[in-house]
Structures are given as C-alpha cells and as structure tokens.
Design a protein around this ligand. Structure first.
Ligand code: ADP
Ligand code: ADP
Length: 230
C-alpha cells in the first residue's frame, strides 16, 4: 500500500461570504521513497491538503489512508489520531518554530516519541541527526544564535527524530535564501532516496522542480492536469 493515499478529499468552509471549497475532490497516492512537489497559485488548497493529509484537520468528505489503513474521514477523532500523527508523520513548516530556551539538540530530542528512551539517549540521537545535517557544531546553540537556514535544518532534524515514513512540508524554504533553500531541499531528496520516506513538499520555487520525482499542480482546490506555467 502507498505510504499516503488520499481519496476524494474535500474540505469546505462556511464563511460570511458563503461556502469556500478549499479542497474539492483530491485523490493522490504517495509511495515510499517518493519526493512529490505540490505547486499551485495562492488559495488553490495546498495548505488545506497538507493539514488534512497530516491529520491536523478533518475533511468534509473523503478519506486519508496511511500504509493501507484508513485513519481520517469526516467524523474522525483528531485527538485519537495524535499518536499516529506524532510517530508516523514529520511536519516542517515555513517557520522553524523552535523552542527558544532549548538548545538545538534539545529541540530535536523533543521530537522523539519513543516511550522508553532516556533523555540522555534522546540527546545522543539528536546529535547524530544534527551531524547528518551538518549541524554538529551547532547542537548546543540556542535557536536565536542560529541563522535562518540553520534553524530550518534543526526543524527538519526534529521532524526526522522518529524516522517517520511520511514527511509533510509546507513552504519549508520560503524564508531562506537560494543556497540555504537548496540545501534543505537536498535533505528531503536524500531522506526519500536513502530512507525510503514518502516526502510531500509544498513550494512555489520553480528552481526546485528538477528535484522532485513527481509534481502535482493544484488549482481551485483540485489537482490540475494541464497547469498554467507559474
Ligand atoms: P494555498 O495553501 O494554496 O494558498 P489554502 O489551502 O490556504 O490555499 O486555502 C484554500 C482556500 O480555502 C482559500 O480560498 C482560503 O481562503 C480558504 N480557507 C483556508 N482555510 C480557511 C478557513 N479556516 N476558513 C475559511 N476559509 C479558509
Ligand atoms: P502537539 O502534540 O505538539 O500538540 P500535534 O500532534 O497536534 O502536536 O501536531 C503535530 C505537529 O504539527 C506539531 O509539530 C505541531 O507543532 C504542528 N502543528 C499542529 N497544528 C498546527 C497548525 N495549525 N499549524 C502549524 N503547525 C501545526
């Protein structure tokens, strides 16, 4: 079974201005080892898709399956899905959102969700992850002492702490310069290729198109087969 499978996913919002069809019947499979880019204009439903696929919100209709198991649907209990969310999905957002009074390695260790791991072991694991992202020398620094690119790589390390089979990233390079952005994208590329993770990245950076195994274009809440050139 695909790591992620979404079936006819729809999300409507009732607003003062009427019904907004943020997502309108999206179906998509992402396999292990696949790096998928999601492109599309602002307001086309990309973030909504990621929130639903990440079990952070429920769809109005449709289903989300992880590794062949149906986990989310219109009436799903999101609190009950917290365990699945934390152990099996790694999230990266535009802002690193690190805890300011914890060091880089402590931030990464916090992402670890293995019940019987000691704090000391968690730090060893965190250092190893940071080293793999060329951040060994920053492990004991507070976030404020790190550059934007370094902070984002710490956020990536935190997302990888549990070795989740699925990584979801929403504009992870938007706040970074070209070199740093490329570096973060290369990390996703490597995680997909070497660890076999399914990685879904929302971006509108056309420079990253050649890194993806597959590109999906969104328009008006739907997957668009014949996209405009962005
Ligand atoms: P994108 O990520 O592609 O910019 P979004 O998924 O954020 O698009 O939004 C898709 C549409 O849904 C937009 O029209 C947006 O205004 C609307 N939308 C998203 N979230 C909400 C919400 N909580 N309430 C009302 N409308 C929303
Ligand atoms: P927590 O257990 O910390 O409450 P959740 O299991 O609810 O986290 O969510 C998983 C991850 O998604 C966490 O890293 C959390 O910071 C992030 N997250 C949750 N909701 C949102 C949101 N609305 N916007 C951005 N990030 C979010």
């Amino acid at each position: 079974a695909p790591v992620l499978s979404v079936r006819s996913l729809t999300r409507h919002y009732a607003t003062g201005a009427g019904l907004v069809r943020a997502l309108d019947g999206v179906s998509l499979d992402v396999a292990a080892g696949e790096l998928v880019g999601i492109f599309g204009p602002s307001g086309s439903g990309k973030s909504t898709f990621l929130m639903l696929a990440g079990l952070l919100e429920n769809p109005t209709s449709g289903e989300v399956w992880l590794a062949g198991e149906r986990v989310s649907h219109a009436g799903a209990d999101l609190d009950a899905l917290r365990e699945i969310r934390r152990k099996r999905i790694g999230f990266v957002f535009q802002k690193a959102n690190l805890i300011p009074f914890l060091s880089a390695v402590e931030n990464v260790a916090l992402g670890l969700e293995i019940a019987d791991v000691t704090p000391a072991d968690a730090r060893v694991h965190g250092r190893r992850l940071l080293a793999a992202l060329d951040l060994a020398h920053r492990a004991d620094s507070l976030p404020a002492k790190l550059s934007g690119g370094e902070q984002q790589r710490v956020a990536v390390a935190r997302a990888l702490a549990n070795a989740p089979p699925l990584i979801l990233a929403d504009e992870p390079t938007a706040a970074l310069d070209r070199v740093r952005g490329r570096q973060v994208m290369e990390i996703f590329r490597r995680i997909a290729a070497t660890r076999g993770a399914a990685v879904v990245v929302i971006t509108h950076d056309p420079r990253s198109t050649n890194l993806f195994d597959r590109i999906v274009h969104f328009e008006d809440g739907r997957v668009c087969e014949r996209p405009q050139i962005y």
